[in-house]
Design a binder for this molecule. Sequence first.
Ligand code: NAP
Length: 284
Amino acid sequence: MIISGKDLALEVKNDVAERVKQCVAEYGRPPHLVVILVGENPASVSYVAGKGRDAEEVGFKNTTIRKPESISEEELLGLIAELNADESVDGLLVQLPLPKHISEAKVIEAIAKEKDVDGFHPLNVASLWQKLPCLLPCTPKGIIKLLDKAGVQIEGKKAVVIGRSNIVGLPVSKLLLDRNATVTIAHSRTKNLAQVTSEADILVVAIGKPLFVTADMVGEGAAVIDVGVNRHPETGKLCGDVDFEACKEKASVITPVPGGVGPMTRACLMENTLECYLNKMMNK
Ligand code: NAP
């Protein structure tokens, strides 16, 4: 079974759009998402355009602030401070990666925790690991929704996550652990990777290497979630970290690239923005 992230993202966004209508009736304005885009990186430009389209679809006010690659760290931090203080802004994110002269850690830390729709702020991350209320990072949250939608049982299952980044690998491992999976985190130094992955009931792949996971690495009947976004070395087309055509024969469920985790990440961003807005409105 191929799990369509597009279809599920549409369901999530329809639900957000309905709730936005009620919010406007109750609080007099829709949620406002601000995205800062530094430079001209084509992938970032395209991701930000997608976020803007989704925000408009669900009825948010949506602002993209574009700054040149040459913006100084100080100026960017100043802009973030202004937006933090702006009552009309509910959600704020800075598209990553940033130019080398700007510290991503400082930028992430500068965004007010209450507006941190990406869920990257150290206080949000700490809350996640301490099982305290927090904004869940969008990609891991989307992955769990995909598994649930496909009817994959998580509790008691063996989950293997390849990748240990702060953005995907580590938080998705924590979410799987919280759902009572037994989780193994694999990485570039893992020995006998194929042996580790082929024992997984749930295999989440977040490496960033085109078609890295081959059929021999997938156990019969496994649920395979492909987070990777790469260019195919021969065709130049978008592809995942998993050799989809070969692995779909062994997997019970599998996500495609494009149209799998990507749309769910953006749909969860919409949910998080609504959550930030509601937290603010209900605490007024
Ligand atoms: P990252 O920070 O570069 O992390 C990559 C991870 O893969 C690292 O933990 C690395 O291990 C591991 N790795 C690299 N080569 C390996 C190998 N040969 N064997 C086993 N593990 C290996 O990447 P990321 O930010 O997590 O992103 C991963 C992919 O997901 C990228 O393609 C990215 O574009 C995509 N992504 C997609 C979405 C979406 O919404 N669809 C969102 C975020 C990211 P070490 O730790 O040992 O170096």
